[in-house]
Design a protein around this ligand. Structure first.
Ligand code: URA
Length: 431
């Protein structure tokens, strides 16, 4: 078998066999198939798609490209949550401590930013010292001892995805249903999840823009999960506008921390409570969503979730004083408000435009391995449905380079649309 023949077959819209997919994944993992062939393969898949059978084969090959963890000795039930990626989505950073405070041992491996969407690891690294490179043994030990871990994918877990994810980020091959489904599910399977809550984002700032596409991705991932013997639930949530207010690494960390202090923006708090309730039900800590939600709320009001975040940060070598004093986070040199050009009701805050503008400020990468600037991003004050007066602040730009303010301002102004009539707020969840 040759890699070039597999790429050609996919280019010509043919179906690949399980053996061909496995050959490609193995070859890419061990370095025999170079990045340029893997990039061409990813582009062929993006353009021509895969059947559900091919996607499942790709998922299983990637899951088995490294070690597959067995968490049954460490936790009674391993529940994982994963978002398909969005703008301002710092949910894991708040939800993990919440469910851990409710008695569920919570271990999660997260990713870096992908295209215009932010990544949990980049956000966590805005706390000095926080390690996202735990080994598998360290992951297991911390999960057992502290009951909470939030780290990067270890090199020995689904290494094929680790390599592919970094390539996709910089080759325009992110928004592909089979590549997203296999990337998410292979990690969940390899990391030993027995039950999985998938937060599938839908809208302008998601890789799946329409509800139909989101639903298809959700069904595909649920089917893959069940096929692999994992109890899997998918939620379809809105990503037309940024989630919460903060977009950018430090800013999002601060918002997640503020949420655990009981001072989070209403939409983000609601989103977290709903996701946490599902995790608690799958983890058998709550009999239904109502009870799960009540437990999650209590963990915020009694400070136990915040305590779990402190524990997490210190266990991973981070400076946990940042959790109590968010003014310690690095601040951008230039902070400028963007004012509304007119009065009315906000009818759109295009999440993709905001996400791309934050990458342009330096919050994301243009090519593999690029450094990122933790301090930059946006605070979005006005969301869909809000009334706004001319000259009122819509958003705040946080930039390190004053020369980038103009483009950022123009991007934000173009992200907003207005109506003279009142506009209903966007739903948080569709299904
Ligand atoms: N999250 C992932 O882990 N992979 C993707 O491809 C998209 C979102």
């Amino acid at each position: 078998m040759r890699a070039v023949d597999i790429i050609t077959k996919k280019r010509d819209k043919e179906q690949l066999t399980a053996e061909e997919i496995d050959f490609f994944v193995r070859g890419f993992t061990n370095g025999e198939i170079p990045d340029y062939q893997a990039s061409a393969f990813a582009m062929a898949v993006l353009l021509n798609g895969m059947t559900n059978r091919e996607t499942t084969d790709l998922t299983l090959s990637m899951a088995h490209s490294g070690q597959v963890l067995d968490l049954s000795k460490v936790v009674d039930i391993a529940v994982d949550k994963h978002s398909s990626g969005g703008v301002g989505d710092k949910t894991s950073i708040a939800v993990l401590p919440i469910v851990a405070a409710c008695g569920l041992r919570a271990g999660k491996m997260s990713g870096r930013g992908l295209g215009f969407s932010g990544g949990t690891l980049d956000k966590l690294e805005s706390i000095p010292g926080y390690r996202v490179d735990l080994t598998t043994d360290e992951f297991l030990e911390q999960l057992k001892e502290k009951g909470i871990v939030l780290t990067g994918q270890t090199l020995d877990l689904a290494p094929a995805d680790g390599k592919m994810y970094a390539l996709r980020d910089v080759t325009g091959t992110v928004p592909s249903m089979p590549l997203i489904a296999s990337s998410i599910m292979c990690k969940k399977i390899a990391a030993g999840a027995q039950a999985i809550v998938l937060d599938v984002k839908v809208g302008l700032g998601a890789f799946m823009e329409t509800l139909e596409e989101g639903r298809e991705l959700a069904h595909l991932m649920v089917d893959i999960g069940r096929l692999a013997g994992r109890e899997t639930v998918a939620l379809l949530s809105d990503m037309n506008q940024p989630l919460g207010s903060a977009v950018g690494n430090s800013l999002e960390m601060i918002e997640a921390i503020e949420t655990l202090h009981g001072r989070g923006p209403a939409d983000f708090v609601e989103h977290c409570l709903h996701v946490a309730a599902h995790v608690l039900v799958l983890g058998r800590r709550a009999k239904d969503l109502k009870e799960g939600r009540a437990l999650a709320e209590k963990s915020i009001s009694d400070g136990s979730a915040l305590e779990k975040l402190r524990l997490l940060v210190s266990a991973q070598g981070g400076d946990f004083s940042f959790v109590d004093d968010t003014s310690k986070f690095e601040r951008a040199k230039f902070i400028e408000a963007v004012k509304a050009p007119r009065s009315g009701f906000v009818s759109q805050v295009n999440a993709r435009t905001v996400g791309e503008a934050s990458v342009a400020l330096g919050a994301g990468r243009a090519k593999k391995g690029d450094p990122i600037d933790h301090a930059v991003g946006f605070l979005v004050f006005k969301k869909v449905g809000d009334s706004v007066r001319a000259d009122e602040a819509l958003c705040e730009i946080h930039a390190s380079d004053g020369g980038k303010l103009k483009d950022a301002r123009e991007a934000i102004l173009s992200a907003y649309r207005y109506s003279d009539e009142s506009v209903p707020p966007l739903p948080l969840f569709y299904e």
